[in-house]
Design a protein around this ligand. Sequence first.
Ligand code: CTP
Ligand code: CA
Length: 225
Amino acid sequence: WNGASEAKPLIGKKALVTAGPTYEAIDPVRFIGNHSSGKMGYAIANRLHKLGAEVTLVSGPSHETVPNGVTIVRVTSAEEMLNACLSSFSESDIAVMSAAVADYTPAEYADQKIKKNDDALSISLKRTTDILATLGQQKKVHQTLVGFALETNNELENAQSKLQRKNLDFIVLNSMKDAGAGFSTNTNLITIIHRNGETQHFDLKSKDEVAKDICQQILLHQESL
Ligand code: CTP
Ligand code: CA
């Protein structure tokens, strides 16, 4: 018995998954980043591939192992991630945006290494494009679009408003309240909120098991189309 005997209900479907952090360059040697490991997105890409989908994984800097059979597109900045997503979204049936994309990037890039001078230094930042919201505007009826929400307060309310604003089919709320959930852990505690308001709470489990729960909902959504 091997994988060949497993049911592959997503055969013939294409999926786009984002993962990891983005790095926004300040000068040739410095950047603004975050602690995302990429684990959750890589686990989702792996699971979608096992279900039979043709998977493109757009990843920011991450040390995770690329799952066998998954096409990797490596990017660094939010802008590069946006462009990579725009080039494959229209032909995707499924898109899951699990990357921790920088909300701001330096307004200006310094060509030379910034030297220390004064006691304080300010760096101006400008907003990045919201990749998920951009895809939400382009979304067609055959596409399943899934986003994540990382919240520390008013969790359900904030996640629900992201779901509406970005035109998603469902949103995965990541609870940061639990010590075993979040960026660099192997476990996650999630709540899935659907477009119709239905809310599902899941137990704390490994990111591989969380990926199964998320992909099960993707499968149900694809089957409902
Ligand atoms: N996201 C994105 N592009 C951005 C910022 C966020 O695609 N420039 C996506 C993330 O991949 C995630 C979702 O939007 O799927 C929510 O990210 P989150 O940081 O929780 O929400 P924001 O909309 O950025 O709002 P805020 O950080 O202010 O809570
Ligand atoms: Ca954000």
